[in-house]
Design a protein around this ligand. Structure first.
Ligand code: NAD
Length: 358
């Protein structure tokens, strides 16, 4: 098969890590008899520098002509909050997610066996293993609600951010979570704040309706504050965790931290139609850009997610994940995951070792 992939290399370490991930895809193609072709797409600070805006016209159309999108990272101090919105890389990220209809963000948080000691939790907690999938609603809620800022006569300036959710938005992300659970350990934990928020009460009622449609999947409601606590107390209890945008933003970072380094964690953003977008969860790491120091594993594991979820190539995805685990088990470490005194390798060498393991 031939698969066409849009590459958004982006800023900072983006080009370096995407280069290694593309090398891994090419190795998979060679081994398994697939062809991957690539279309470079300019987006982020590099696009601002080249054409004056971070989200050039036609970007979404080019991505839509592809089977999947791989994004390195965008952003950096050069294109900070003092710049007009159309020049800021974050604007481009929000725009591409919206234009591609990417309402579901999937972030696996798994403790890789060779790095169990990097888990900041108690040893006996880490030993139970962590392997959860955070499913976060990505295009609704308070981040996209109406905002207001106004003067009051006696309380100074006052602001509001509206949190709104419709049944349609909740149902489609809920279905994603239940379908995902069927491919995993068949458990959904739905996170809300139904003891306080009306949006959460609607969320909960829609999830309960869906739970009846998926009797083979175990279901539970978890209040967001309790979820934050359970993630550090006993993360092994979770399989698929589904939640709204802001809760998911916070909890997915918490889930990442308990598995060690952000340099290891991939993500996928999906809508109802292709292409989905795959990217590491970390940013553009301007402090180490261009120095062959970035860990390419999160981007390489993003490619494994692409193989599994966009192309239904499970054996190929397994091969990439096993190649990563092998590299770690053999003791290869980039600086971000090395213990003091351990030998350190760079971005390119790590990419090569993983390719050689496939
Ligand atoms: P960051 O994730 O870029 O970096 C945080 C720390 O982690 C830094 O010390 C960095 O060196 C390190 N780090 C990150 N990725 C690494 C990797 N692969 N290997 C080794 N070390 C790694 O977060 P930040 O510093 O808050 O943000 C930097 C820029 O990235 C900002 O402009 C921000 O807006 C942007 N950003 C972009 C995305 C995205 O493109 N999706 C996401 C988050 C942040």
């Amino acid at each position: 098969m031939n698969y066409k992939i849009a590459l958004i290399r982006g800023d900072g370490i983006g080009p370096e890590i995407v280069h290694e991930a593309v090398g891994v895809l090419d190795k998979v193609g060679e081994k398994f008899g697939h062809t991957f072709t690539y279309v470079d797409v300019l987006l982020g600070g590099c696009a601002t520098d080249a054409v004056g805006k971070s989200y050039p016209d036609g970007t979404a159309e080019v991505c839509k002509s592809c089977d999947a999108v791989l994004l390195g990272a965008v952003g950096g101090p050069k294109w900070g909050s003092d710049k007009p919105a159309e020049q800021r890389p974050e604007t481009a990220l929000l725009a591409i997610r919206k234009d591609l209809g990417l309402y579901a963000n999937l972030r696996p948080a798994a403790l890789r066996p060779a790095l169990a000691e990097a888990c900041p939790l108690k040893k006996e907690t880490a030993e139970k293993g962590i392997d959860l999938m955070m499913v976060r609603e990505l295009t609704g809620g308070v981040y996209f609600g109406k905002r207001d800022r106004y003067d009051t006569p006696d309380r100074g300036v006052e602001c509001t951010d509206l949190m709104a959710y419709s049944e349609m938005e909740i149902e489609r992300i809920g279905r994603r979570a239940f379908e995902m659970a069927r491919l995993r350990r068949k458990k959904v934990s739905s996170v809300d704040k139904a003891n306080v928020l009306e949006t959460s009460r609607l969320w909960r009622s829609v999830m309960h309706r869906l739970a009846e449609e998926y009797p083979d999947v175990a279901y539970e409601d978890v209040l967001v504050d309790n979820c934050a606590m359970q993630l550090v107390r006993d993360p092994g209890q979770f399989d698929v965790v589904v939640t709204e945008n802001m809760f998911g933003d916070i909890l997915s970072d918490e889930a990442s931290m308990i598995t060690g380094s952000i340099g290891l964690l991939p993500s996928a953003s999906m809508g109802d139609t292709a292409p989905a977008l795959y990217e590491p969860i970390h940013g553009s790491a301007p402090d180490i850009a261009g120095q062959d120091k970035a860990n390419p594993i999160a981007t390489i594991l993003s490619v494994a997610m692409m193989l599994r979820y966009s192309f239904q190539l499970s054996a190929e995805a397994d091969a990439v994940e096993q190649a990563v685990d092998q590299a770690l088990a053999d003791g290869w470490r980039t600086a971000d995951i090395a213990k003091p005194g351990e030998d350190i390798i760079g971005t390119r060498r790590m990419g090569q070792i993983i390719r050689d393991n496939i």
